[in-house]
Write a protein of this length. Structure first.
Length: 158
């Protein structure tokens, strides 16, 4: 059980670090995220809340850990989908442009075309070691999912 606490604390710290880096890239470096980038933050926010809940409640650890696993697996799927859009083997969906609706008239269409704050999911605005953040997040989410599986199995041993 002690190893679970170390692993959970590590994931908690890593989630805080990951979100801090994402907000630094967004607000300090000026790289506006697309809608999928924002959705990809949900597992980290959820992990912070749910791991804190594990430590506060000190029960239901296996159930809450399973929820965290689901969030990280969801994150891996969304990140891989985002990677597919970036590479061009998947098409953008409505999620990539949630802010738009069909224009009712030509003025509305012109106003939508003038908006420069919409970021396409296929545009990679930031790379780290040559990899897009969606690529990195796919790998990290899969690793964190594996760690959560280990944590859940450790709870079953007790």
């Amino acid at each position: 059980m002690n190893s679970n606490k170390v692993l959970l604390n590590s994931i908690l710290a890593f989630s805080i670090l990951s979100l801090s880096i994402a907000y630094f890239i967004q607000y300090m470096l000026g790289h506006k995220p697309c809608n999928l980038c924002i959705i990809e933050r949900i597992p980290y926010i959820s992990a912070i809340i749910l791991i804190s809940l594990i430590f506060i409640l000190n029960k239901y650890q296996r159930i809450i850990s399973s929820l965290i696993l689901i969030f990280f697996f969801f994150g891996a799927l969304v990140s891989f989908y985002h990677y597919g859009i970036e590479q061009g083997f998947l098409n953008e969906s409505f999620i990539c442009d949630l802010s738009s609706s069909l224009p009712k008239n030509k003025e509305e269409l012109l106003n939508q075309l003038k908006k420069t704050d919409i970021v396409s999911c296929k545009d990679v605005t930031f790379r780290f070691f040559g990899l897009s953040l969606a690529t990195i997040n796919t790998i990290i989410s899969l690793i964190l999912s594996g760690i959560m599986i280990k944590i859940i199995k450790n709870y079953g041993k007790n």
